[in-house]
Design a protein around this ligand. Structure first.
Ligand SMILES: [Fe+2]
Length: 204
């Protein structure tokens, strides 16, 4: 996973609009799954060690947060606005639909998981006001744990999640928020398309 700079002005404007739109929303209207992880258990080495890697389905087993695209999680009138953001995003990045719009409240998280069931190239656009959150992963080759801390504002991370047929590319990861955090996630099956999207994000 590596960080790239967001320089595309149209994209910057759209992301600002999404952030401003979301800031005005009452978060009590979102049906949030799970409970706060105050002792950071689900993003710890201890939790990772206890995962049954053979049986792991790909999704995080424990979360505190909610995907805004889940029709049962957000008020009806948000959906039209979310669809409009999606359409603008598609036209700027000539991308497939943004599959995940994950909202984490303070102390929100996603436990260690590897998405082997939804393998492909990916792009994650995350926002926090103050940079108080992180994305953590296991380097597929060295098995080392790497923590990528948020920065104030939007950041972009790009990488590849391998399937169970590509053992050397299995990508274990988790995420943590200490303040409101929003992550827009894309999975792109085609490498060329992914590279074009990465270029589009970095080009002014
Ligand atoms: Fe994931």
């Amino acid at each position: 996973m590596k960080e790239i700079q967001i320089k595309n002005e149209e994209l910057i404007e759209l992301l600002e609009n999404i952030k401003n739109w979301f800031n005005l929303k009452n978060k009590d209207d979102i049906k949030i799954k799970g409970e706060a992880d105050k002792d950071e258990h689900y993003t710890s080495e201890e939790y990772f060690k206890n995962i049954n890697q053979e049986k792991h389905v790909g999704y995080p087993e424990v979360t505190f947060g909610m995907d805004l695209t889940n029709v049962n999680s957000t008020p009806l009138d948000w959906r039209k606005e979310i669809r409009e953001f999606d359409n603008k995003m598609k036209s700027i990045l000539s991308s497939p639909t943004c599959a995940v719009k994950m909202y984490y409240p303070k102390n929100g998280f996603m436990s260690w998981h590897n998405n082997h069931n939804a393998s492909g190239y990916n792009i994650l656009l995350s926002h926090t006001d103050n940079g108080d959150g992180f994305f953590r992963y296991k380097d597929p080759k060295t098995k080392e744990t790497v923590t990528m801390y948020d920065e104030p504002g939007w950041t972009a991370k790009v990488g590849y999640f391998g399937s169970n047929k590509e053992k050397d590319k299995i990508f274990w990861h988790c995420a943590r928020a200490y303040e409101d955090r929003l992550t827009l996630g894309f999975v792109i099956p085609d490498q060329n398309m992914w590279e074009m999207m990465c270029d589009d994000i970095q080009d002014q």
